[in-house]
Design a binder for this molecule. Structure first.
Ligand code: ZN
Length: 558
């Protein structure tokens, strides 16, 4: 658009907008009154009202001061003393993965095979014939007789949809006749190395696939656009209900991005999503050529690249400098060459992208930080490079992260999930610098908190609770695991709001309740900043607001 062709009316409107919104005429869109607000920036607590106009915060202060923002069309919500925080931000999550997980039929604790079939039939009835139905969690050890199932009852109940049901341990799957037909599994199919197709007396496959026989799933086409869109919609709704207003999607391929674009264009992305590209050559070539995608409304932001330095601690894949304490010959696995991580980091930086490198062991962290440091060439906090998980990091590397401005992207619930066995893997000396949130802060580093959902629950109340207690939900261990690393509630809240926003280039838009920022916020039934710690996970989320719109209300579907 050139200025010469701009209609006068539009110029007048632009001039009016530049002068600031006028409250005298129609007032604010939304006023939340009689509340307790934790703005995060500035730190502290404010009793009173918050007003929103045009999706942004225009007032936060005493109730009396909000009077002038009330107009005939203002929606006024009386909070009656309830608590408001900025909308919570998950700095490391997988939105698409959550949708996929939610879409699977939950078969855990099914007491009979008949119950498994019933749950699958019910789920299949909700989707078009021909659509794959996935489920997980069945365990024949819970059923009478404890025999592996045969596909016939399942195939009879669900003839029109291919079905794939993963066993509770992930090492076997049950498929129906339709699925076997599509996958080309029949009596002539040979067992692969390291895998087996269970068979009946006459040699016909029973539908149970063990270990490497499950590799046939690789023959399936990837998710369709429609499936991806549905998963994103369902996952977004799930997140809003637990108070998340901004999430990440760490490592998305071209098909996933297509679904994000489709939802965004249809105006159906109800929260903010920051998408990190997966480390694939053609995808990165394309995006480094065209540059980051920065949404003026900050709904969909694509300006990150996700890489992997090593594996995970649970499976002893995290790369350590010294062998695992419970596996003396094993130092874990480096999964990406340092030179590749350095090259991608350089190209990302030049193209305006940030990188987030998964690093769990101290050797993985060292290699990832070396690669990032070479690409950065020195301190560059504005680049927002991130070390994902940062679970075991040498003391000098934590200092290096603070010096270079590399963000520690950490997940409090990983610590409390891993604590039952982490000491066996790591041993005393190393444990002291594991999941070391407080050391990050003490070094002057930046801590962005998240959950890694669907690996952990998406519920940020669980993350806040784990961050301040380092205990499981039963309150164990007493006093907390490595309690010196516990965060204060203010630090934990900042990690799930403003510093998470910083880690996504969104700190000027969201992350605090400040005048001028987008009105993303959460109304809690109880004051999560002062209730006993054990009650943090149970503080009801009464309302979630994005851009000044109430997008979730407890007990109501808006
Ligand atoms: Zn992850």
């Amino acid at each position: 658009m050139t200025l010469g062709r701009t209609p006068l009316l539009l110029l007048a409107a632009l001039a009016a907008a530049a002068a600031g919104p006028s409250f005298a005429e129609d007032g604010a869109d939304l006023v939340l009154q009689h509340g307790v607000f934790y703005p995060v920036q500035p730190p502290g607590r404010v009793e009173g009202s918050l007003a929103v106009k045009g999706g942004r915060i225009v007032y936060l202060g005493p109730d009396a001061g909000a009077e002038r923002f009330r107009g005939p069309r203002t929606r006024v919500v009386d909070l009656a003393g309830r608590t408001v925080t900025p909308g919570l931000i998950d700095a490391h999550s997988h939105l698409l993965g959550l949708g996929r997980a939610l879409a699977q039929v939950d078969l855990t604790a099914a007491p009979t095979y008949e119950e498994v079939v019933r749950r699958v039939r019910e789920a299949a009835a909700k989707v078009a014939p021909g659509t794959w139905v996935y489920g997980r969690g069945w365990d024949q050890n819970l059923w009478p007789g404890q025999q592996f199932p045969s596909h016939e009852p399942l195939s009879a109940a669900v003839p029109g949809h291919p079905v794939w049901l993963t066993r509770v341990d992930g090492h076997a799957a049950l498929v129906n006749a339709k699925a076997m037909q599509i996958l080309g599994i029949d009596a002539a199919t040979k067992d692969p190395d390291g895998g087996r197709f269970l068979r009946d007396a006459s040699g016909r496959p029973s539908g149970v696939l063990v270990d490497n026989a499950m590799d046939v799933i690789g023959r399936l086409p990837g998710a369709t656009l429609e499936e991806n869109e549905r998963w994103l919609r369902d996952a977004a709704r799930h997140c809003l209900a637990v108070g998340l207003t901004t999430v990440t999607d760490m490592g998305v391929d071209g098909g996933g991005i297509e679904a994000y674009h489709a939802l965004r264009q249809a105006g159906e992305l109800p929260l903010r999503a920051a998408v990190f590209l997966t480390d694939s050559q053609p995808l990165l070539d394309e995006w480094f050529r065209r540059g980051p995608e920065i949404d003026p409304e900050a709904r969909l932001v694509i300006r990150g690249v996700k890489m992997y330095a090593d594996g995970a601690l649970g499976s002893r894949g995290a790369a350590l400098l010294e062998p695992y304490s419970d596996d003396p010959g094993n130092v874990g696995l480096l999964v990406t060459p340092g030179a590749h991580m350095e090259d991608v980091s350089r190209r990302a930086l030049a193209a305006g992208f940030q990188v987030g490198i998964h690093a769990i062991g101290d050797r993985g962290s060292l290699v990832a930080l070396d690669a990032m440091e070479k690409a950065l060439g020195g301190p560059r906090p504005e680049a927002r490079f991130r070390l994902e998980h940062s679970q075991v990091v040498r003391v000098q590397d934590l200092e290096r992260m603070a010096r270079l401005g590399i963000i520690a992207s950490m997940q409090p619930t990983h610590a409390t999930s891993d604590m039952p066995w982490a000491d066996e893997r790591l041993g005393e000396g190393r444990l002291e610098r594991a999941y070391a949130w407080r050391k990050v802060l003490a070094d002057g580093g930046r801590l962005a908190l998240g959950s890694d959902f669907p690996v952990e629950s998406a519920d940020p109340r669980l993350g806040l609770y784990a961050a301040v207690t380092r205990q499981d939900l039963e309150g164990n261990p007493p006093g907390g695991w490595l309690p010196g690393e516990r965060l204060t509630r203010e630090e934990a809240l900042r990690g799930f709001t403003l510093d998470a926003a910083w880690s996504l280039f969104l700190e000027n838009e969201v992350g605090s309740l400040e005048v001028g920022k987008r009105a993303d916020l959460v109304v809690f039934a109880r004051d999560i900043m002062s209730v006993p710690e054990a009650e943090i996970p149970r503080a009801d989320i009464d309302m979630t607001v994005v851009d000044g719109r109430i997008v979730h209300e407890r007990g109501r579907t808006p």
